[in-house]
Design a protein around this ligand. Structure first.
Ligand code: ZN
Ligand code: ZN
Length: 407
């Protein structure tokens, strides 16, 4: 890790939604030491970005690095899942996502492998296994399968816990194993065989216990939930981030805004899964549920934005190809301005993961996670597409992950 002075770029100020010229950035170790006009840094290596745009690395607040198999596909071994996860992490950081929050499946080992520089990947914030009730979104057994004692290990994405004591134990156990936050299935889901989307999962007492356990260990809960009723209940019981939330309404959005909750839409996944359903092994029932959330389209995003809800960037893509990860920018651009979407994928993401000032921003004291882009993302979100094709350089932790700058 050598110190670097970055010069000759337009700086994307995501907070203001503007490009600024004439600045230089000094990186010392893995940290941004200065962002000023005319830095005197004798003896430091000078890197010329040739007038390109310099911006903070992207944050995806809803990914799955280690999902299990789709319902009717053969189960996957842990070694296969881990090897595939390592490949996906490398691809993710090469498309500009220097930070990712796993929403169930990845344990602390993935994060530690990146931190130890064994694997190349985004900074990871993981949930371990999501917590689900019996018959909930994390219960992947077919209705024809009888109860078994294998609850904790039957899916790599989730674990089953019923009743307050089991819920408390599950949260404690995931945090013991190094989860950064807790994921709970608070409503029905698309890819689960025993529930409907409108199903409210977990009793109030159970959800309160889960939230309490997380809060006492200074962390928070993210909840998978679609319906307005389910979202409202989750937020009122103390859930901090709402995942998907496709059936959000105005009244519920107001409650979210009042309580400073976050919405993490994952709209791209329904479009891609909808187009590939059969190919990726979805059953007709799962395809039907996907159609229901797909039809809700960008409405939830529009409602959330109008009511001042904090919106973070999420993609999900648990089963479809992750090459579609940046297409969420294009989906959102149907109802939002590029500057707002860029804030979701940087500043708001940093708030979600508790890294304000450290990530999602080009400022002194922040980690040097930076993208060097050909073109202006405020005018054309296409520059973030196609596997980083327009990213001439990607810096993470003060080091080049990718460098195509001609010296
Ligand atoms: Zn979900
Ligand atoms: Zn998910």
């Amino acid at each position: 890790m050598t110190d670097m002075l970055l010069t000759n770029f337009a700086l994307l100020d995501v907070a203001a939604g503007e490009l600024r010229s004439g600045y230089q950035v000094l990186i010392r170790g893995n940290t941004i030491a200065a962002v000023e006009k005319g830095i005197d840094a004798a003896g430091v290596e000078v890197i010329n970005f040739g007038g390109r745009t310099l911006m903070p690395g992207l944050i995806d607040c809803h990914v799955h690095i280690a999902p299990g198999a789709v319902l009717n596909q053969p189960k996957l071994s842990l070694s296969f899942t881990a090897a595939r996860g390592v490949m996906w992490m490398r691809q993710m950081v090469h498309r500009g996502f220097t930070t990712a929050r796993d929403a169930g499946g990845a344990d602390a080992g993935y994060r530690k492998a990146v931190e130890a520089r064994i694997s190349v990947g985004p900074r990871l914030f993981v949930a371990g296994r999501a917590i689900s009730q019996t018959g909930g979104h994390g219960d992947k057994r077919w209705p024809s399968e009888p109860a078994c004692s294998c609850g904790e290990s039957m899916s790599s994405l989730a674990r089953i816990a019923d009743g307050v004591p089991e819920c408390r134990r599950a949260v404690r156990d995931e945090l013991r194993m190094g989860a950064n936050h807790i994921k709970v299935m608070a409503g029905g889901g698309v890819s689960s065989p025993s529930d409907s989307l409108s199903h409210l999962q977990y009793s109030d007492e159970e959800l309160l216990a889960i939230v309490d356990e997380a809060a006492r260990q200074n962390t928070y809960c993210m909840a998978h939930v679609y319906t307005a009723r389910g979202i409202r209940r989750a937020v009122e019981l103390g859930i901090r981030t709402i995942e998907h939330g496709n059936f959000l309404d105005d009244e519920t959005a107001k409650v979210m805004a009042e309580r400073n909750a976050f919405l993490v839409p994952t709209l791209v996944t329904y479009r891609v899964d909808g187009a590939n359903g059969e190919k990726i092994g979805f059953t007709p029932e799962v395809i039907e549920k996907n159609n229901q959330v797909l039809e809700a389209g960008t409405r939830s995003l529009d409602i959330a934005a109008r009511n001042g809800v904090n919106i973070a960037y999420g993609t999900d893509l648990a089963y479809s190809s992750k090459v579609h990860q940046p297409e969420e920018f294009l989906v959102r651009a149907e109802v939002q301005k590029p500057a707002d979407i860029l804030r979701s994928a940087t500043l708001v993401g940093a708030e979600v993961i508790g890294m304000v000032g450290k990530l999602g921003v080009v400022a002194p004291g922040a980690f040097a996670d930076l993208l060097v882009v050909d073109g202006n993302p405020l005018e054309d979100l296409g520059v973030l597409q196609n596997e980083g094709a327009k990213m001439a350089a990607i810096i993470k932790d003060g080091e080049f992950i990718k460098n195509q700058l001609v010296p």
